[in-house]
Every structure is written in C-alpha cells, then in structure tokens.
Design a binder for this molecule. Sequence first.
Ligand SMILES: [Zn+2]
Length: 413
Amino acid sequence: METFTLVFLIALAAGTLLQLWLAGRQAAHVLANKHAVPDAFAGRISLEQHQTAASYTLARLGIERLKLVIGPLVLLIWTLGGMLSLLDAAWLSLQLSPLWQGTGLILSVLLIDMLIDLPLQIRSTFGVESRFGFNRSTPARFAKDKALELLLALLLGVPLLLAILWLMDSAGDYWWAWAWLVWMGFTLLISWAFPTWIAPLFNKFEPLADGELRARLEALLSRCGFRSNGMFVMDGSKRSAHGNAYFTGFGRNKRIVFFDTLLDGLKEEQVEAVLAHELGHFKRRHILKLLLTSAVLSLLGLALLGWLSQQTWFYSGLGVDRQSDALALMLFILMMPVFSVFFSPLMSAFSRRHEFEADDFAAEQTDAQALIDGLVAMYRDNASTLTPDPLYSAFHHSHPPAPVRIAHLSSKL
Ligand SMILES: [Zn+2]
C-alpha cells in the first residue's frame, strides 16, 4: 500500500472515530442531566422544556451519527473504490474539450454527493424538526428551495470552475496565486450580492416597522456610530420556528436582518441587547479578522493544491491512475475535510473568544441582564441543550455552552 493511502486512511479513521466518540459523550452527558434544570436556569426554563431540549438534541445527534458513518463510506467509494476514475473515464469518452470535461466531472461528483445527502436532509426537516414542532416548510416548498439552490449553484459555480480550471491549465507555475485572486473576488462579490440579490429569492424582507422598537434600535446604532442600509424583518417563519438575527453584506450595502420568529419571542430591550451583541462583532473587527483568516487559509490551500497536483502519489494514493487538473481539484475538495477536521477545536476556540468579546460589548452598550434574558428565551424557544458535554462543545460549537455564557454575562452585572 502506498504511504499516502495509509496516511489518508489513518486520518479518516481517526477523525471519524473521534467524532463518533464525541457524539457518544454528548448523548450520555445530555441524558445524565435530563432529570433537573441547571440551577442558573431554574424558574426560567421548566423541567418539561428542559427535557424536550434533551430529546431534541438526541434526535439531532442521531442524524449527525448517520452522517458520520455515511460520509466516510461515500468518500472511500469515490477514491480508493475507483468511482471517481470511472466517472472520469465516462466524461473522457464524450470527447469534450478538457475544460468542459473537467467542469462536467466536478459538477457531477458534487451533484451525486448532494443527492446522497438529500434523504438525510428530508429526514431532518420532516422527521426531527417536524416532530419537535419546528418545521413550517412543506414538501412543495422544500422541493422548490432545493431546485432554486441547485440552479444558483450552477449559475455561480460553472463560471468559477471554468475560470479556475482554465488558470490551472494556462497560467503557469503560479496559477494558484491567480486562482486565489479569482476566488477572493468571487467571495467578495457573493457577500456583496447576497442581501439584495440572493437572499430575496428565498425570503421576503420588510423594513422594520416604525415604532418604539425601531426608535430604540436606531438610537443604539447611532450611539455606536454604525451605518447600515437598514433593518429588515425576514419571514423565517415560513420554513422554521427557529429564530435568529444576523448581519449581511459589507460596506454601505450591509443590512441587519431579524427573523420574524425572533421578534415574536423577545421583549424590546432583549432585541436591543441581541443587536448590540451583533454590533460588537463589527466593532471588535471580528468580521474583518474572519475575512483575513479565510483569505490566508485559502491562499495556503491553493498553494498546497498547486504542489499536490504535480505529485504522482497524490493521485495514485487516492485511487486515481490518470492525472488532470480537474482530478487534482476534485481529490483536493474530497480530501481536505479529512485533515481539516482536526483543526475544528482551534476554530471553535477562536470563535468563542469573539462571542465573549461581543457579549462584553453588548453589556457595555445596553444591559447585561437584558442579554441574559434574551439568550435564555432563545435557548428555550430553540430547544437548545443547557448541558452540552464540555469536550463535544469545545470541538463543535462556535458559541460557549449556555451556562458558561450566562455566568460570564452575570459577572458583568
Ligand atoms: Zn455572536
């Protein structure tokens, strides 16, 4: 067996077993704490709500575990199982130009992966989410969403793929630096276009109505010296009862979006505190840091791909006997998560530090108690577990566990 095959298999096995073990810990921890509401939440979340959150967490873990088993199997079939080689031969037999043949190969692999994932998505939406009363989507809407997502992915993905494969072929040894520029331009274009062109294809956005809430939020924005292109309410309730708030776009094109479900569940001072938290991410330059981090990581990734695509063992080690730009790119996309999963705790830690900073900002600008109350209402309404396993949480969660976050905010009172 080739050395690289062995490295790949060991990483795949280790990553999968690690995640299955963590999921097992999470299930055990949630079950063990099911009988009592943690002290910090006593009187605000009922035992019944706490137990529903536990059952919901376990049901979602069930789907996650299925993914952890199916994902590596599919990956093995693509690579060492020879499926990618077979599909490559099929596209080759069509005698298209290498550029279109490569684009066709990558698109068909991604499409098949999407189809394999579809039953789990259906099970999640119409099984788990429906059972716990969160799903508001219908099969017709679900099908329409998926069709639209596919169409968008093709419209945006085909030109991007053509550009990158063309650069790989024609831009010389440093093609990856050019590809990086194209990639960065593409991501900036998408984030700029998202609020005005893409998101409205899926949801309706109404400007936040005049009134006390709006006046209060505008006062907060001007107090923090924040300019935006407006505050909008999104009809999230047509798909799910889960509530949220987010920023989108950049420069003058940025918008603040509230899910209608969030505004229904929170009091005005709590919405204000939640918005202050989101503003904290901007004011503490988290968005910029994230953008720079992903720019550096994608440059390193593309440079790595530039090197790997010239190594024979990279192809043969992953079950492919022909060398081409498209095969290199596809193998890289398939292989990266196997290795990057081990950096997950690092990304989570990075993100959590930002969450604490944004909470601190909200506590300074508004009221820590209002944010605590708002968060507790969101944990309750979203059936989030209050008792995650610490290791599982450190690995997977971008936000600190509920008790840790509430304790941190309480120290600001
Ligand atoms: Zn945050």
